[in-house]
Ligand binder design. Structure first.
Ligand SMILES: C[S@@+](CC[C@H](N)C(=O)[O-])C[C@H]1O[C@@H](n2cnc3c(N)ncnc32)[C@H](O)[C@@H]1O
Length: 405
C-alpha cells in the first residue's frame, strides 16, 4: 500500500494499513478551534471546508487517542510522528501522545514561527503553531541538519574541539602546549526547535485555497529530517496533500487519508503537478528586504513613523496619520531633486487612494517648488545648514523653521 490518497475517516482507513510498515507519520488534524474552516480555490470556483466543532475537550481527546493508537500500530520501530497543533490543542495533544507513545518518547515541541499582521487583536497576536515530535522508540531515524553559527560566535568557538573536564564540565580541548585542538567535523549549529518559515502568502502559486494549507517548505523539512529516500510517509489528515507532495518531491513513498472527498481530489491533482513556491524571504534573509539606507534612517530617527519596506516611493507612514488620512513619508535622497522625490512619493500616495504625502527635504533646492498634494518639511539638518551659512546674522529671524508648500 503506497502512493495512494484514500477517502474516509482515518479511524477506519488506518486499520487497513499493514502493521509496522510506516517510517514517518505527520498529522495535522482539526485544532479544536470550535469552528468550521472554509475558504475558496484560487479561481473562486470551489468552496472547501472542514468542521472543527466538539462538545468537550474529552471528546477531542478520545478522537485523537483512538487514531493515534492506529497510527502507532502502522509505524516501524524506528519511525517517528509529528503532530501539528496550535494553542487551542497543544495541551490535549500532548496528553494524548504521552498516553499512546509514552512521555519518554517525546522529543521536541517545534515552534513554527511566522509573521502575521493584524491591528484587530486584543492581547498578543498569535505568530506560531506547535508541532509535537515523538519517536516510536529511542532509535528513531534522524538525518541531522545544521544551521550557520550566529554572527556573535567567535572563530575559536567554531574551530575548537570540546571535551569534558574531571567534573564532567564541557571545556575547550587544548594540546599539551595549550594550543587549540581543531575540530574538523563541525558543520554548524544543530537545527533548533524554532523554525522561521513564512506562512503561505495569499498569492503564492503553491496555495490551493484549501483552508489551513501548510507550506511545502515546512513539510519538506520534516520529511527530510525523519525519513530516507524510499521510506513510507503517512498523513492521516492530509487535506490538500501538502505532506504527500513533499514526500513525492523528496523521493519518498506516501499514503494520505482524508474524510473529505474534495480534499483527496485536490491532493491527487496536486500530486500530478506539484507546485512549489520558493521563499525569496528565506533564500535572501529578512535583511534583504530592509531599507537600511543610513541617510533615510538618520532623517527618520526619533519621528513617529512606521517604516515600510519594498516601496520605491515612500519610506514610512506617519503613525497618527494626517487629517484622518494615511500619510506617506519620504526622505529626499542625496543627489535627488525635491521635484524628483515628490514625484516618487506622489506615485505611492496616488496608488493608495485617500492618502497624503510628507516629504522631508534634505537639500536646499526648494525655492519656488510647490505641490498641493505633498507637504514639504525641511529637515533639521537642512535648516541648520541654512542657519550656519547665512550671509548676515540679522537674517536669522527671516528663516522659516518649517514650511508647508
Ligand atoms: C488542518 S486540515 C489539514 C491540512 C493539510 N495539512 C494541508 O496542508 O492541506 C485537517 C483535515 O483533516 C480532515 N479530517 C477531519 N476529520 C477527519 C477524519 N476523521 N479522518 C480523516 N480526515 C479528517 C479534514 O477534512 C481536513 O482536511
Amino acid at each position: 500500500m503506497e502512493n495512494e490518497v484514500l477517502d474516509g475517516d482515518c479511524l477506519e482507513v488506518l486499520r487497513t494499513i499493514p502493521a509496522n510498515s510506516v517510517n514517518l507519520v505527520y498529522l495535522d488534524p482539526p485544532f479544536f478551534t470550535g469552528r468550521k474552516h472554509s475558504s475558496s480555490s484560487r479561481d473562486g470556483s470551489k468552496r472547501y471546508s472542514f468542521d472543527d466543532i466538539w462538545q468537550h475537550s474529552s471528546e477531542y481527546f478520545e478522537f485523537l487517542v483512538e487514531r493515534l493508537l492506529l497510527c502507532r500500530r502502522s509505524m516501524k520501530a524506528d519511525a517517528s510522528i509529528f503532530f501539528h497543533c496550535d494553542h487551542n490543542s497543544t495541551h490535549i495533544a500532548r496528553q494524548a501522545l504521552d498516553l499512546v507513545f509514552g512521555s519518554e518518547n517525546f522529543q521536541s515541541e517545534i515552534i513554527w514561527a511566522y509573521k502575521r499582521w493584524s491591528n484587530a487583536k486584543r492581547g498578543l497576536l498569535q505568530q506560531h503553531q506547535n508541532i509535537l515530535f515523538y519517536g516510536n522508540g529511542p532509535d528513531f531515524k534522524w538525518n541531522p541538519a545544521f544551521v550557520d553559527y550566529s554572527a556573535t560566535t567567535n572563530v575559536d568557538q567554531i574551530l575548537q574541539k570540546r571535551t569534558r573536564d574531571d567534573r564532567g564540565k564541557s571545556i575547550y580541548a587544548t594540546g599539551e602546549d595549550g594550543s587549540i585542538v581543531f575540530d574538523g567535523n563541525k558543520k554548524g549549529v544543530p537545527l533548533g526547535d524554532v523554525w522561521n518559515i513564512p506562512f503561505l502568502n495569499p498569492k503564492a502559486r503553491e496555495r490551493t485555497g484549501y483552508p489551513t494549507q501548510k507550506p511545502l517548505l515546512l513539510l519538506e523539512r520534516i520529511v527530510a529530517l525523519a525519513s530516507d529516500e524510499g521510506d513510507l510517509v503517512l498523513d492521516p489528515f492530509c487535506g490538500s496533500g501538502t505532506t504527500l507532495v513533499a514526500a513525492k518531491l523528496l523521493n519518498r513513498r506516501f499514503l494520505g487519508i482524508d474524510v473529505s472527498n474534495d480534499a483527496t481530489t485536490l491532493a491527487k491533482a496536486r500530486l500530478e503537478a506539484p507546485v512549489r513556491t520558493d521563499s525569496a524571504l528565506l533564500r535572501k534573509g529578512v535583511e534583504a528586504y530592509l531599507n537600511n539606507d543610513p541617510w533615510v534612517e538618520a532623517h527618520l530617527a526619533g519621528l513617529a513613523v512606521t517604516r515600510i519596506q519594498r516601496n520605491t516611493g515612500a519610506d514610512g507612514l506617519l503613525k497618527d496619520g494626517l487629517g484622518g488620512k494615511a500619510a506617506f513619508v519620504r526622505v529626499q535622497r542625496q543627489g535627488e531633486s525635491v521635484a524628483e522625490a515628490a514625484s516618487a512619493l506622489k506615485k505611492t500616495v496616488r496608488s493608495k487612494g485617500d492618502a497624503v504625502g510628507v516629504l522631508i527635504a534634505t537639500e536646499s533646492d526648494l525655492f519656488g517648488y510647490t505641490d498641493s498634494d505633498i507637504h514639504i518639511l525641511r529637515s533639521p539638518a537642512l535648516q541648520l545648514s541654512e542657519l550656519v551659512n547665512l550671509p548676515d546674522a540679522d537674517d536669522i529671524s527671516d528663516i522659516p523653521m518649517s514650511r508647508t508648500a
